[in-house]
Design a protein around this ligand. Structure first.
Ligand code: FES
Ligand code: FES
Length: 159
């Protein structure tokens, strides 16, 4: 099989990757680019959301994206969420609200939450549950994630 080279914007930086075309974005992020924030909790079956990244403003399961599909896209991983050395307010609020337990789902849940707040700055509890429905969490029961997202929405952790 022949390799392909793709170029895209990763966490704001122009990035090129040469890879076999049957590898996934998750493989390339973790194995080639050393970005291990995106996790694999379902064997790449598209069922857990632990591998979530933001692609062109939408949360996607990076285990379901083949590398040939990312040419020209903008991708944000959890590693790209910090600004000027500071954690993003959602990262702070998840810790503050106790929404991080084993932590395996947390990067994906935070990235999904970011797209949720970008599109709907004041979501209801129901909208948050709906928004997080693709991000499976075995630990928190989601209530603490809902608290965390409301906390971030209020901007109380910007300082
Ligand atoms: S690893 Fe489970 S959805 Fe991607
Ligand atoms: S904190 Fe453990 S799976 Fe969500």
């Amino acid at each position: 099989m022949k390799t392909i080279t793709v170029s895209f914007l990763l966490n704001g930086k122009k990035t090129s990757v040469t890879s076999l075309p049957n590898r996934t974005l998750l493989d390339v992020l973790r194995e080639d680019l050393g970005l291990t924030g995106a996790k694999d909790a379902c064997g790449g079956e598209g069922e857990c959301g632990a591998c979530t990244v933001i692609m062109n403003g939408n949360p996607v399961n990076s285990c379901m994206i083949f590398i040939g599909q990312i040419e020209g896209t903008q991708i944000t991983t959890i590693e790209g969420l910090m600004e000027k050395g500071e954690f993003h307010r959602l990262q702070k609020s998840f810790v503050e609200a106790g929404a991080v337990q084993c932590g395996f789902c947390t990067p994906g849940a935070i990235l999904t939450a970011k797209t949720l707040l970008d599109n709907n700055p004041h979501p209801t509890d129901h909208e948050i549950r709906e928004g997080l429905s693709g991000n499976l969490c075995r630990c928190t029961g989601y209530n603490k994630m809902i608290d965390a997202i409301h906390l971030a929405e209020q901007g109380g952790l910007d300082d």
